[in-house]
Structures are given as C-alpha cells and as structure tokens.
Design a protein around this ligand. Structure first.
Ligand code: FRU
Length: 614
C-alpha cells in the first residue's frame, strides 16, 4: 500500500492565527483548513483513486459533508482519529475525476479552542493513494466463512440466485469497522463456499441509508424492468423508515433506484421487506417487520411497485421482548413428504434465549392473505428457535434457489457485542450456508432443521482421523486436531448413551482455553460452554453457556462440528439441532477430548482438515 504520510501544517502557525482559517497547504494534494472548534475543511486535489481517512474506533463519529463542485454530494459518518490512528478507510475518488472535492468535517467533541481541534491525529493522516490494502491477515478472520473485504458487516440480505451465481448482499459500512453508513455490500459465489467481492451495490441517497431488504427475479416482467432484471426492495432509513425499490439489469452488479420511491410508507417504524412470488393468486407477497409493534405485516402487489396491506401477524405471540426484524416467509415439505407447511422467520433483538439477538420462527399455513400459526396440544402458539447459539441473527433465505432448495445464511454475531469483538480491519462473518427442511419432533410439533449445505463437503482437505466404535469413560479419549491453516476442521461423531450418562466433548489448546460441549441424554440437551474459550472479556455478555434441546426421540446423537478461526458451529442429527457460537482462542484448539460420566459409546469419529475458501 502506498502511504503518503502527509506533512500537513505547523501547529505554531495555527496557534497564531486569529482569523477563521488555520491554513495547512501541502504538496500532497490534501489541504486542511480549520474553520472553528468543530468544523474543518479538507480539500482534495489530484488524480488519486482513494482518499484514505484515519479512524480511531473509540472516537465519536465526525459528520463529513462531501461537497463536489460546490454541491453536497453525500454525507458520511467516520470515527476520525483524535489521539491515535487505528486504521484507515478508503473514500473512493474515482467518480469525481476532473471535479473539485471538499470535505466539510463536523466533529462532535468538546473543544476549548481551534488549537485543540487542530491537534487531532486525523488531520495529518488523510492520505491520497491509488491502492487500499485489504490483505486478509487478521488472526480471527475466518478461513471458510464469508466476511466483508474490510469494514463492518451485519445482516445478509437481498440474497438471490441467478444464472448459476449466489448473490449475497449485506449491510455494510464502507468507512469503518463499526455500524454506520448502511449500504448494500455485495459478494457472489458459484459454490456457496468461495466468495468474490464486488463494489458496493446500493448506496445511500436523499431518502436515507440502505437497510435490509430482499431481491427477486421477475421473469414475468411484472415490474416492467425486463424479464432478466433482479428487483430489490429495501428500507430507506433516515428520520423514518420507508421502503424503496431498485433493480439491476447487469446480473446484480449495479442497481438503478426507482424514481417513484418510496413504494411503502407507514406512520410507524417498519423495515426489512422480504418478497416472493405467490403462485396460487399470481401476485407478489411481502413481509415487513413492524419492528416496535412486534408483528410482521403482510402486503401483496401485482407489480412490485404498488403494495396493499393484507394482514398483520404476531402481536403477542412468540418472543416479544425486543424488536422484530428481518422476516422471511416460505413453504417447505414436511418430513421429506409431499405435504407442505409454511414457515415465518421473525428475527428478534434483544430477547433471544441466551440474551441479545436470535432467530425465532413460526410454522403454520398461509393462504395469500393471512399466516395462521400452528398450535400445540394446549392450543398455544409455541416459541421456536432456529439456532441455539448466541451468534445467529438476521437469518433469511436466498430467493430463486435451484432445485427447490431453501438455503439460508445468517449474521454470525450478536448485537450485544458485535462492535466489540477482537477484530479490527473487518467486523463480523456470516454463518455457513444451511439448507432447511421441516421435521416432526417427539412432541408432535413441526420444527425447522438447518443442515450444512452440501457444497461445504468440498472444503474437506484430508481425513486426519477415522475411528469406529469406541467406548467412553471418565478417562478422556484424546484426538489431535489438524494444525494446518490454524486448525480449521470439521469433526463428525456419533454418540450413544443408553444409560443416560452425559458425554463431554472439549476443544482445547495448550493454554488451557477450551470450548466444552455436553450431551445430556436424560435432559435431552446439548450445551456449549465458551466461558473459558479464549478472549471473552471484551463484553460481559460474551462468556456464556448455550443449551439446545435434542428433539429426537432416541438416545443417539450425531454431530457435525465446524471449527473456524473464530467460530464453532454444531449441527446435530442432520441439522435438527444447531448452535452457532463465536470463540476467540488466543491459539488454535489442538485437541478434542471426549469423556462420559458413565457408560456411553462413540459410534464413529471422523476429523477432516479443511481448505481455506478462496
Ligand atoms: C437487523 C437490523 C435490521 C436493519 C439493519 C440495519 O440486524 O437492525 O432491522 O435493516 O439491521 O443495519
């Protein structure tokens, strides 16, 4: 990376100036002029591709009005450095060639004088450069999970499959590794494993920043954007939240916004529109999170532009503690038969079973107007959770996936501490892709199973362990984990505990850091303890034990455990139980130990080293 560290101005000169301008001309194409205690102009001159902006994460956001040839082009918020520079973020200048660019920076700190303001570390660290370093060198950056190239990411959204390509859009901040400046980032994949990064797909505009939404194909050309278009609906978020439309005719790379935006307005907070084609009535259906009312609104439309409210679902039902966000409504076969039922995903934050964010869902029926939830034997609508870890949120599915697949990806973090996790150049990864199905639990209720998508098998490098039947006791059986690529691996094991003895599986390293999973056949639970898993002290909400019900009726449990550099995902009985948890061991886990508090058996064990995704 080219680093033109700029010599910007002389403090002595600033101190003696009594006029508003504290001049700081440079030979580097950046000129800083202080206009007052909280306002500074940064003039940019030259042909460089990027203006690199210095960030200090603990600082407040500065409001930056980007003025091009005297007109306000956009406003962005950046945590400009005050006492030290943590990292730089790129502001892309390539669209402004031949124009005059001035940043009018408004900071919010209390300052006694312009002299004090001019001491901020940021002013001497604005850098013009033709390159921006996105090298993937952070210790905790996952090796086989999707992450943004740099900067902050939350919800995956707008996901759609078209012409052999899985498009993953996501909530992104291009100007820092904490939440802000929401745009739709974009990655795509031909195999759900290797992801290619693309330029930002949808950027903020006068209606607001770009919150979550969904995308569909419109082969019937109902919207008039052409039969090949990808049509996306998202929330424009400013003083209020309204719903806006955009479409792409270049395979999802660039989007044009609909001039008639917004297409849905309400007098209360609503977001994350998720649409699909409903064949029986030949129209589009949309679910929209009526966030603070904790319900999902259901709309219909003939053309993706004109939407009519049909019904609302959820008031008083399920988990109601937090706001409802990111809905998804779809039909799935039951127990592998021709029988179908509907699933309504209602992400919720906070109020998850282990605190903070989580994904609940309802099973039921949908008739084009109303979603009617299933009830249990007592006539109650049960609360069901899709994943029993702490780091599974905003999960929604790809539209138009091939072979009738319902493939989902979630955000692998939790609003409780997502902005504090020990990474810097990027923050947050997505979960592994999962394919959904419905199954009947021992209680007769329908549940969602989320199995690892079959494409993930391609990650396997070498089978480093294969064992048949092995009896378990209090004496630990120890298996080394692969050491290549920081120990990333997949572990498959089958357990039987006929007499109900709990079985403990521990991932550990030489430093004594450990992640402990306990299968308790009597309680029908699997628990996951990350209290001593590595770095846990960045948030009081991080150390935790999460517990999942084992819904099958027998004493057997088969597990697939995916260990990446900063996460462990556990899938039980082909996805009938799922737990997604972040962990930050200071060294990779090197050993799997298995013990039983009584008589139990491991029916099989396989450990694969995995290849990093490309
Ligand atoms: C969920 C969410 C959405 C919203 C987005 C904003 O995590 O709060 O409701 O659209 O994040 O980034």
């Amino acid at each position: 990376m080219k680093r033109n560290i700029l010599k910007i101005f002389s403090l002595a000169c600033v101190a003696t100036l009594s006029t508003a301008t504290a001049d700081a001309a440079t030979d580097s194409g950046v000129k800083v002029e202080h206009l007052g205690v909280n306002n500074t102009l940064v003039r940019v001159d030259g042909d460089a591709r990027y203006l690199l902006m210095p960030v200090q994460e603990s600082n407040d956001d500065a409001k930056i009005n980007v003025i091009v040839d005297g007109k306000l082009d956009r406003t962005i918020y950046v945590r400009l450095a005050k006492s030290k520079v943590d990292y730089q973020v790129p502001f892309d200048l390539s669209g402004y060639k031949g124009h005059k660019v001035v940043l009018s920076v408004v900071t919010s700190q209390d300052r006694g004088s312009v002299r004090e303001a001019s001491d901020d570390a940021c002013w001497s660290n604005f850098t013009l450069s033709d390159t921006f370093d996105t090298a993937n060198r952070e210790k905790y950056r996952p090796a086989f999970h999707h992450t943004p190239l740099y900067g902050w990411m939350n919800d995956p959204n707008g996901m759609v499959y078209k012409d052999g390509v899985w498009h993953l859009y996501y909530q992104a901040n291009p100007y820092g590794s904490k939440w802000q400046n929401m745009t739709w980032g974009h990655s795509s994949s031909k195999d759900l494993v290797n992801w290619e990064h693309h330029p930002v797909a949808i950027e903020p505009d006068g209606l607001g920043t770009i919150f979550s939404g969904s995308s569909v194909l419109d082969p019937r050309n109902t919207a008039g954007f052409g039969p090949d278009a990808i049509v996306s609906l998202y929330t424009s978020a400013a003083e209020s939240q309204i719903q806006s439309l955009a479409h792409s005719v270049d395979g999802g790379m660039t989007f044009e916004k609909y001039p008639g935006n917004p297409v849905i307005t309400l007098d209360s907070e609503a977001r994350d529109p998720n649409m699909f084609w409903y064949e029986p009535t030949g129209e589009w259906i949309l679910t929209l999170a009526h966030a603070l009312d904790r319900e999902m609104l259901i709309y219909a439309s003939p053309d993706l532009k004109n939407w009519t409210l049909r019904s609302a679902f959820g008031k008083g039902l399920g988990a109601q503690e937090g706001v409802w966000e990111c809905p998804d409504l779809f039909e799935l076969p039951v127990d592998g038969t021709d029988r179908k039922k509907w699933v309504l995903i209602c992400n919720l934050n906070p109020g998850g079973p282990f605190g903070g964010s989580a994904t609940q869902y309802f099973t039921g029926d949908f008739d084009g107007t109303t979603f009617t939830p299933d009830r249990d034997a007592e006539g109650k609508v049960p609360t069901k959770w899709m994943d029993f870890g702490k780091d599974h949120y905003a999960t929604v599915s790809f539209s138009d996936a091939p072979d009738s697949r319902r493939t989902v990806i979630g955000w692998m973090s939790n609003w409780q501490y997502a902005a504090e996790v020990p990474t810097r150049q990027f923050r947050s990864a997505n979960t592994l892709p999962r394919d959904l199905r419905l199954f009947t639990g021992a209680d007769g209720q329908l549940y969602l199973a989320s199995a690892p998508s079959p494409e993930l098998d391609a990650l396997r490098a070498a089978q480093v362990k294969k064992a048949g039947k092995t009896s378990l006791s209090a004496n630990p059986r120890k298996y080394p984990l692969p050491s290549e690529n920081d120990g990333i691996c997949e572990i498959q094991l089958g357990l039987v505990s006929r007499h109900g003895a709990p079985v403990t599986m521990t991932l550990s390293n030489a430093k004594g850091e450990k992640t402990v999973m306990v299968y308790d056949p009597k309680q029908h639970t699997l628990s996951f303890d990350r209290r001593e898993s590595g770095i846990v002290d960045f948030s009081i909400d991080f150390p935790a034990v999460t517990t999942a019900p084992v819904l099958g009726s027998d004493d057997k449990l088969s597990l697939r455990i995916f260990v990446d550099r900063s996460s462990v995902e556990v899938f039980g009985n082909d996805g009938e139980l799922v737990m997604t948890n972040l962990v930050f061991p200071t060294e990779p886990y090197t050993t799997l130990s298995v013990t039983a508090a009584g008589k139990a058996e491991m029916t099989s064990l396989s450990i694969w080293s995995l290849n990093p995704a490309k």
